[in-house]
Design a protein around this ligand. Structure first.
Ligand code: KG4
Ligand code: ZN
Length: 355
């Protein structure tokens, strides 16, 4: 079954053709980073205008690269939530129009779940191994930071999430404070490589560190606004930051990532998760990948790191997940809405082994 995936939830216009949920025939991404860089963040209306310009050519490019003609597309999967509404509407209107013209189904995809599926596109067999369940997904992107527990029957539950900023947002805002450019994640990752992560002692929020008691209901939740303020105060107190910039960034990056690692491992142990998967844009981070690997080995948990090309926004993860909805006849409609917010009721995930 050939699924055309379309992604326009933020600042990437992407289209992909994926066969049977795992055979990626094409994955084309047009990034708008340069357009938004000057603002230090994504401007929704500018993003929508750019999607409108790009969506037709990007879908055509995905079809050309896959050498698949429109008549051989079985369904169209499109990110319908969560995301920037003006941006989502472009992809959804395009997908619905094309699906109606071709007389094929349209499927609304949850972008958050698509990020989780990004881990499994090239590792589909892991989903079919009962020994891997429950699976714990650490989803870390510019918009989300959450720990999700997935049972063998597809039941999925968010057991922890951020109370304020997402991990990627914490990195992007730090880069903005320091005038380093946008998006901050990859820039910090690169500059932190030569720094000492122990040079500055930034707080590890919601961990019960520094003698502050941790409320049990926030055991697996995150908070990154405090560490961001701490960075701001540190920067304000210094006259020259150029010399110590790598140390400052390495320490800040470690403060964000150490909490993600600690909580993911603790949750895996509490819920006896057999396989941990790491996904979302921040999953590209070299410190996070390396240190989560070490921590997972120590805790004797299997670990799957989403390949970087399926970490940041792409349409292969959307088309791949779409296949599992199509297979289970869980189709969308031409009047389905687009939603900005993540519905915390994730429903039954159709790619788990029991489905
Ligand atoms: O998944 P994604 O492309 O978009 C959302 O759904 O949000 O994630 C984008 C986020 C940005 O915050 C960006 O700074 C971060 O992923 N990111 C990274 C790296 N590459 C991208 N963060 C840390 N290290 C990286 N190498
Ligand atoms: Zn994303």
């Amino acid at each position: 079954m050939n699924i055309l995936g379309i992604e326009t939830s933020c600042d990437e216009t992407a289209a992909a053709i994926v066969q049977d949920g795992h055979q990626v025939k094409s994955s084309v991404i047009s990034s708008q980073i340069a357009l938004h860089a000057g603002y230090g963040g994504v401007i929704p209306e500018l993003a929508a205008r750019e999607h409108l310009k790009n969506i037709g050519p990007i879908v055509q490019a995905a079809l050309n690269q896959a050498r698949v003609e429109l008549q051989y597309i079985d369904a169209i999967a499109v990110t319908s939530n969560p995301g920037l509404i003006p941006a989502l509407l472009v992809g959804n209107a395009f997908a619905k129009g094309l699906a109606a013209t071709l007389g094929i189904p349209v499927i609304g995809i949850n972008h958050f779940l698509a990020h989780i599926y990004g881990t499994f596109i090239d590792n589909n067999e892991s989903l079919n191994n009962p020994e891997n369940y429950p699976i714990l997904a650490l989803v870390v992107s510019g918009g989300h930071t959450a720990i999700v527990l997935i049972q063998q029957d597809g039941n999925a539950k968010i057991i922890g999430s951020t109370l304020d900023d997402a991990a990627g947002e914490a990195l992007d805002k730090a880069a903005k404070i320091l005038n380093l450019g946008y998006p901050g994640g990859p820039i910090i990752d690169k500059l932190a490589k030569t720094g000492n992560p122990e040079a500055f002692n930034f707080p590890r929020s919601l961990t019960g560190a520094r003698g502050k008691p941790l409320a049990p209901e926030h055991k697996f939740d995150f908070s990154f606004s405090g560490v961001k303020t701490s960075l701001l105060n540190t920067v304000k107190s210094m006259t020259h930051i150029d010399d110590i910039l790598p140390d400052l960034l390495a320490s800040y990056q470690a403060a964000v990532m150490d909490v993600l690692i600690m909580k993911a491992i603790a949750a895996a142990s509490e819920y006896n998760a057999r396989l941990i998967c790491l996904c979302g844009g921040v999953a590209c981070n070299s410190y996070l990948r390396q240190n989560l690997q070490t921590a997972a080995e120590k805790a004797r948990r299997k670990l799957l790191l989403a390949p970087p090309k399926y970490c940041t926004d792409n349409a292969a993860m959307v088309a791949g997940l779409g296949f599992h909805y199509a297979k289970n006849n869980l189709l969308g409609t031409l009047d389905m809405p687009a939603n900005a917010r993540l519905d915390h009721n994730l429903g039954i995930l159709p790619f788990a082994i029991g489905n």
